[in-house]
Write a protein that binds this ligand. Structure first.
Ligand SMILES: Nc1ncnc2c1ncn2[C@@H]1O[C@H](COP(=O)(O)OP(=O)(O)OP(=O)(O)O)[C@@H](O)[C@H]1O
Length: 549
């Protein structure tokens, strides 16, 4: 373990222990190139900074290998001051997302007295700008603004259909380009989709895991898939161990994931493994769509506790949640309540009582605040005026809050976005970005993929075969299906002559059909390729060419 002693800095303030990777940020390493670029007046690109981080990391180890593990380092006197926590502020302003939906048509009586009917739109509204007689515009998100910071969890709440997932998707850039209006910035700089892709991760609602792999194996495959090849296996293993610790999965590390037919980890542990797969590279921003859905309250609490830990390691965590328990509410830092795509509350959980009290609906003592809020929102939604009054009240409340704060910008420690990301990488974030210099395209600002497609396919195939090997019954069923399919495909152009050439060709086709189809069972190719290669593409073409010759 190396310790770089620095001048002018007290260890208590400026030294930090990081969970996985760390590097030295002293004059000797990072400062000269940065000052050189600042001297020339041009700020370095993120790609350059990432590369420098990688270079310095290798220097630090002295053996050309990647970043040292578990070092305690102290910061030297440098122009680029790195605060203990690197501040990241994700702001979104006036996000609006609309989709065109088909109008419903039904027979309407236009002259009931004479019983004359015509086919017309189910609603009486006339088409407005951009709409046609057949389509109407549905606004899924309407003017949503907010802020999320590193170290904190921002939770999006609301009834089913209120737009929670849509907002998470909008923030995570998972909505078709051009259809989302409004701005998203990270540390005041517009967040480009390429950049967001690299620094963020998205955890879906469903857990798609291989049932016969253990927790440790699952995470190890994720490490092999998402972390660069240049990172040694032992360091990947260390990363997995650190993650298992962080996810609270130590006791379940050697347990298989399991499914209906095989006993495995609990639902909560399963969800934490899913999260682990997506955060293996330690992203700066983590999006989660209902990570607690389907879990009992204790498991849900443990999942959110893990998310709090992830946030505290310097990430921004943004998640949707249906109805958090009192204990979970205590772990959340910011809330956005949605109703039909509009914000009806935005602020800290602590302010909920005073907010609803000012609105004229004080929360009774000993009542779950979120339950009360959601019930009230539901009630208002059913009333003639809807939630308009609450939406308006929220707007004036936000304005008041803003004017009280003097509209001050958050303190970002004087770091630009690139500097903040670079410094964050040096503290162990974005493992793949920090260590895979090959992945940094000189023309781009951000790295692309950690590994080549071939490596990715090799890892996926290995994982699939390991899983199949442990499920012999499933393997047998698949093999039987493959043999039948292979036989049918191979005899598509059956010739009745039994010449040696004919038999040889048929055997060849049979083998080819089997191997191709079997490969489709390996789940190593995207579904489209599996189908087209296995059944509709290569095989008939190959057969046709051979029979023509
Ligand atoms: N592409 C689309 N076209 C039309 N309507 C859509 C589309 N996508 C979503 N919606 C509608 O937008 C609304 C919000 O959907 P969303 O999935 O964000 O809700 P939610 O709050 O996450 O609900 P849940 O808690 O049930 O997951 C729903 O009424 C949904 O039917």
């Amino acid at each position: 373990m190396s310790r770089v002693v620095a001048e002018n800095y007290s260890p208590s303030r400026d030294s930090f222990t990081v969970p996985f990777y760390t590097m030295d940020f002293t004059n000797n390493h990072l400062q000269p190139p940065l000052s050189a670029s600042s001297a020339s007046g041009a700020s370095p690109t993120l790609g350059q900074m990432l590369k420098r981080v990688g270079d310095v990391s290798r220097e630090a180890t002295g053996d050309g290998s990647e970043t040292p593990v578990h070092q305690v380092l102290e910061l030297g006197s440098t122009n680029l001051e790195v605060p203990r926590s690197i501040p990241f502020v994700l702001s979104f302003n006036k996000l609006t997302y609309s989709v065109k939906v088909r109008r419903k048509f039904k027979f309407q009586a236009i002259l009931p007295s004479r019983n004359i009917h015509r086919l017309g739109p189910a609603t009486d509204t006339d088409p407005v700008g951009g709409e046609s007689l057949f389509t109407t515009t549905k606004t899924l998100l309407n003017d949503i603004s907010g802020e999320a910071r590193d170290g904190e969890i921002l939770a999006v709440l609301g009834a089913s259909g209120s737009g929670k997932s849509t907002l998470i998707d909008a923030l995570a850039n998972r909505i078709a380009k051009g259809s989302l209006k409004g701005t998203k910035t990270l540390n005041g700089e517009v967040l480009e989709s390429r950049m967001l892709k690299v620094i963020s991760a998205y955890v879906m609602q469903d857990d798609l895991l291989f049932p016969m792999l253990t927790v440790e194996e699952t995470l190890m495959f994720a490490a092999e898939f998402r972390l660069p090849r240049s990172l040694s296996k032992s360091k990947k293993r260390l990363r997995v161990q650190a993650l298992i610790e962080q996810l609270g999965l130590k006791n379940a590390a050697k347990t298989v994931i399991g499914d209906e037919g095989h006993r495995g980890v609990s639902g909560g542990e399963r969800r934490r493994v899913s999260i682990g797969i997506d955060i293996i590279h330690d992203p700066i921003i983590l999006f989660l769509d209902e990570p607690t859905s389907g879990l009992d309250s204790t498991s849900a609490f443990m999942v959110v506790k893990v998310l709090q830990r992830i946030a505290q390691s310097g990430s921004i965590v943004i998640m949707s949640v249906h109805q958090p328990s009192y204990r979970i509410l205590g772990l959340l830092d910011r809330l956005i309540f949605l109703s039909r795509g509009q914000t009806v509350y935005s602020g800290s959980p602590m302010n909920l009582p005073v907010y609803f009290s000012d609105f004229g609906h004080p929360i009774p003592e000993n009542e779950n605040r979120t339950e009360f809020a959601l019930d009230l929102i539901r009630e208002l939604e059913g009333s003639p005026g809807g939630t308009r009054s609450l939406v308006e009240f929220n707007k004036s409340w936000q304005d008041l809050k803003h004017s009280r704060n003097g509209g001050s910008e958050p303190d970002r420690g004087g770091l630009s976005l690139k500097e903040a990301i670079s410094a964050s990488i040096s503290k162990g974030k974005l493992v793949s970005g920090a260590t895979n210099n090959d992945a940094i395209s000189p023309n781009s600002m951000v790295p692309t993929f950690a590994n080549s497609v071939l490596i990715e396919m090799a890892v996926l195939s290995k994982r699939s075969f390991l899983n199949s090997r442990r499920m012999p019954e499933l393997f047998g069923i698949r093999l039987g299906a493959v043999m039948v399919t292979g036989f049918i495909l191979a005899t598509m152009f059956w010739q009745l002559d039994n010449s040696p050439k004919g038999v040889q060709e048929r055997l060849g086709f049979f083998a080819f059909a089997m191997s191709t189809t079997f490969y489709t069972c390996a789940d190593a190719l995207p579904v489209f390729l599996q189908e087209s290669c296995g059944y509709f593409g290569i095989l008939p073409a190959f057969q046709w060419v051979l029979y023509q010759s």
